[in-house]
Design a protein around this ligand. Sequence first.
Ligand SMILES: [Zn+2]
Length: 205
Amino acid sequence: MGEVTMGDVPVQGEPLALDLVNTTFVRGGLRGRVVDALCEPEALHDWLAAHRTELGVTGLECPAGVSVGEPELRRFQELRQALREALTAETSGTTWPDAAVRHINRAAHGATRWRELSASAPTGSVEVWSTKDWATAALARVAESGVALLSGEQRDALRACRAPGCILFFVQSGPARQWCSSGCGNRVRVARHANRAKITVDDSG
Ligand SMILES: [Zn+2]
């Protein structure tokens, strides 16, 4: 497991909740195995640093600047699991599991933020969080992203990748995007081609 890094994750750049869920993926195609790029605190540190802008918790202890420990890692892994369960239910047309919904909601209201006037920023406002704990604030942002995905206008565009052996999710940005990544698209095309070739051979025989 230790050899998997954030650089190996096939798809990032989706909404926050999907980027977190997609840190678990299958390596090696159909006969591959599920691997976890978020299996140690250093990996969470990298993920947080890469998502700094969307997380927007810069007013707090900065995620990329402090050491990330096992307790924080566990909290992110637990929210990831709850999000995966809800997304899986959503994309397979079943009801969201209660426990997953409760977990996501709890994370979402774990921290709130608002804008305030500030004497140190007299020309504008500043964002204030209800907590000094960056992990709680970051988890709230990720949970909120999940809530928006499962209830907002992106809900209809939410997809589970249907490529064999793939467990990733994406928001279908246009009709041309059928797969989570070009890697999955290529694998499917190669498989179809091999199938067609096989059928042709069978027919001729
Ligand atoms: Zn895929």
